[in-house]
Ligand binder design. Structure first.
Ligand SMILES: Cc1ncc(COP(=O)(O)O)c(C=O)c1O
Length: 372
């Protein structure tokens, strides 16, 4: 339940944060002061703990949103003579291809339909057919649709062929199990303001130390060089450039709350309950999800627009906003959809209230039929 009169963000990023997390931003920190250096070291360590990578991986944060971390990881981990295969089934896969094009990184994309998971066997064939591919990039939860990709199976075929794997786990990290102890990757990218429920402003990569140690001079960007950023942290525990101190303080607090909720397992089970409450309630009204349940991650749900001509997304959005809930339009390239997120400081009771608000909104619009 939101603790003030701001709307509840059912939009996974920015998402609803706890008041205690926001309150952690109410003081200033000296960037070279020991108290901040301790906080910074603790945050980096805790992120690696959440990833299950203690002893093998390091957390390298960068200022900015999640895309900054994805761009930094691709630009640092893929060598200048390397080639990246991007597995694409949504907008965030396509964004990685765009990152490569912008930075002139040799890249090949393989596309699936947006409502289809990427496929490990096909990935294996692509790798066998092209020995020049050095790395593979894939999205864990494709937030475009809410689809959960089979990362472990992909990681296995990539590891068997001794290529590096980069996982954009932006919307899944902290809520969907993917232990670095079991799943081999070179880098996994996420941000402060997704399932850890910090405020926006920091992206980070969890990088296998052995892989990162070989990346000196790879980066195509000064500020997005994860190798130099890491070296800076290891030497002095300081950021190379002005750190987002307040965001890090909030992130530290959010990581404590994440641990207190039972870590990845506890957070994931609340989100699963949120998602089930939402989907059951919407289906009871006749709405249909774009994805079958077995492909649905408990992060964000895509619903098909009702066929009833009285339904209009803009009016629906406004009526929900008046009732205190912000939602997202659809992001599918084909078909009319809208999306409702299940993550952030929101609880099953909030989802029940959101479903009730949807009911009121469709009644007010005079919509009789919610089926597509
Ligand atoms: C899977 C995925 N990758 C990348 C991003 C980009 O993150 P940002 O908008 O913070 O740059 C998002 C944002 O929602 C995402 O869901």
């Amino acid at each position: 339940m939101k603790d003030d009169d701001a709307p509840l963000l059912l939009t996974p990023g920015p998402l609803t944060t706890a008041r205690t997390t926001r309150e952690a931003m109410l003081r200033d920190w000296g960037s070279r002061d020991q108290a901040f250096l301790d906080l910074n070291a603790r945050v980096r360590q805790r992120v690696v703990e959440v990833a299950g990578g203690i002893g093998t991986h390091v957390c390298v944060p960068v200022q900015g949103s999640g895309t900054f971390a994805v761009e930094a990881a691709i630009g640092t981990l893929v060598p200048r003579a390397g080639k990246l295969l991007v597995l694409v089934n949504g907008a965030y896969g396509r964004r990685m291809v765009q990152i490569c094009k912008t930075a002139s990184i040799d890249c090949v994309a393989h596309e699936w339909q947006e409502l289809e998971p990427v496929d490990a066997a096909a990935t294996a064939k692509l790798l066998d057919a092209d020995p020049e591919i050095t790395h593979v990039a894939v999205v864990h939860c494709e937030t475009t649709t809410g689809l959960l990709n089979p990362i472990e199976a992909v990681a296995n075929v990539v590891a068997e062929r001794q290529r590096g794997l980069l996982v954009d786990a932006m919307s899944a990290f902290g809520a969907i199990e993917l232990s670095a102890k079991r799943v081999r990757y070179d880098a996994l990218m996420a941000s402060s303001n997704k399932c850890i429920e910090g405020t926006p402003g920091v992206g980070f990569a969890i990088v296998r130390t052995e892989a990162l140690a070989k990346c000196e001079g790879n980066a195509r960007s000064l500020s997005l060089d994860l190798f130099d950023q890491w070296r800076g942290f290891e030497k002095t525990n300081q950021w190379r450039f002005t750190p987002p101190t307040h965001v890090l303080a909030a992130f530290d607090r959010a990581l404590s709350d994440h641990a207190a909720e039972g870590g990845v397992v506890g957070r994931g089970s609340r989100y699963r309950e949120n998602c089930k409450t939402l989907v059951d309630g919407m289906r009871a009204m006749g709405f249909q999800t774009a994805l079958p349940d077995e492909l649905q991650a408990p992060i964000i749900v895509t619903f098909l627009l009702p066929r009833d001509a009285r339904f209009g997304f803009k009016r629906f959005y406004d009526l929900l906003a008046q009732r205190g809930f912000l939602i997202y339009p659809g992001k599918l390239t084909q078909g009319d959809t809208f999306r409702i997120g299940c993550i952030g400081q929101v609880f099953p009771d909030d989802m029940r209230r959101a479903v009730a608000a949807v009911r009121e909104a469709i009644d007010e619009m005079g919509v009789k039929e919610c089926a597509p």
